[in-house]
Design a protein around this ligand. Structure first.
Ligand code: RIB
Ligand code: CA
Length: 313
């Protein structure tokens, strides 16, 4: 089977970085047409810098990286330096990128790529707020039917919120964008906190990254050492949840994951629950299913795949 063509839309962020590295390490499974950056964990200037830092760390400087939207559709930007640090990639000391950003806006790259590629052959992999994706859909509605699949990290049901009591960060930052995407009709696979909180970088797993004894292995160990603080303190968990790499791992080994095809709608009116993913997990409404909502993962299988692939870089 040929490699799957994808666009990674991202707000690096240490977990985004690991997701990008896993994709870069898997050319037989994944053909990255481009990386589009969005404001989220840190402002756009940093997310678009960090994406290039990660490509250079992996020695993959031929991947085109684009800057996209600098703020959400209808709200002020909320960032997460309290989790990811001031640079968004705190932990390892990595050099500034030499590779340039591509000319042109990320939204136009998404539109042009979906129009140029055969319908149904491109998968969109959003790892941050959905601003770029929603803006592309609003600017060029014709591309929606051309999307093969959207596999995104965002939302929560049983795990409820990580940035507010009700909302997960990616959806909370741009709920209007999420509403557009979830109502678009494009096939969606959702990796919510319900599953990402089950892939924790325990000490043994982090030691396995470090034991690779490569610049990538060491950097990943240092990244997760840094960004685990927030979740350990808040949840008392055993280590950093690798949220975004669940998207990449699903592309490579979907059999590691399980979930339900359900209706998911986004709260965009109440400030109390703004950005909540109202997931009809128990089928108590007659709202039509619009997303495969992932609830479980083979965590050991996930980390075995991740560590084996990172060793290739
Ligand atoms: O809530 C977790 C998500 O928010 C992850 O994508 C993390 O990188 C941040 O963007
Ligand atoms: Ca992210």
């Amino acid at each position: 089977m040929s490699a799957r063509k994808i666009i990674i839309d991202t707000d690096p962020g240490q977990d985004d970085a690991v997701a990008i590295l896993l994709a870069l390490a898997s050319p037989e499974d994944i053909d990255i047409l481009g990386i589009t950056c969005v404001a989220g964990n840190v402002p756009l200037a940093l997310t678009s810098k960090n994406a290039r830092i990660i490509c250079e760390l992996a020695g993959k400087i031929d991947v085109p990286v684009y800057a996209g939207c600098a703020h959400p559709l209808g709200r002020a930007l909320v960032t997460a330096e309290h989790v990811h640090g001031k640079t968004g990639l705190n932990g390892p000391d990595l050099p500034d990128p030499k590779m340039p950003l591509q000319d042109g806006h990320a939204v136009d790259f998404i539109i042009e790529t979906l129009r140029a590629q055969e319908t149904g052959t491109v998968t969109l992999c959003p790892l941050g707020p959905l601003t770029n994706i929603a803006t592309a859909f609003e600017k060029a509605p014709d591309i929606i039917a051309r999307v093969g699949e959207i596999i995104l990290m965002g939302g929560a049901y049983f795990e409820v919120g990580n940035i507010t009591p009700a909302a997960e960060f990616n959806i909370y930052v741009d709920p209007q964008a999420a509403d557009i995407v979830f109502k678009s009709g494009a096939p969606i696979v959702v990796m919510p906190l319900d599953v990402t909180h089950k892939v924790l970088v325990t000490k043994a797993r982090n030691d396995a990254f470090r034991a690779l004894n490569t610049p990538v292995g060491t950097a990943v160990a240092q990244m997760t050492d840094f960004f685990e603080r927030f979740d350990k303190e808040k949840y008392g968990s055993d280590g950093a949840p690798l949220h975004d790499p669940c998207v990449t791992a699903y592309l490579i080994a979907p059999q590691l994951f399980s979930g339900r095809q359900i209706n998911v709608e986004i709260e965009t009116a109440s400030e109390l629950t703004m950005g909540m993913t109202v997931a009809d997990w128990w089928g108590v409404t007659d709202r039509a299913p619009n997303a495969l909502f992932i609830g479980d993962v083979d965590a050991d299988g996930f980390f075995a795949l991740l560590t084996e692939r990172l060793a290739r870089l």
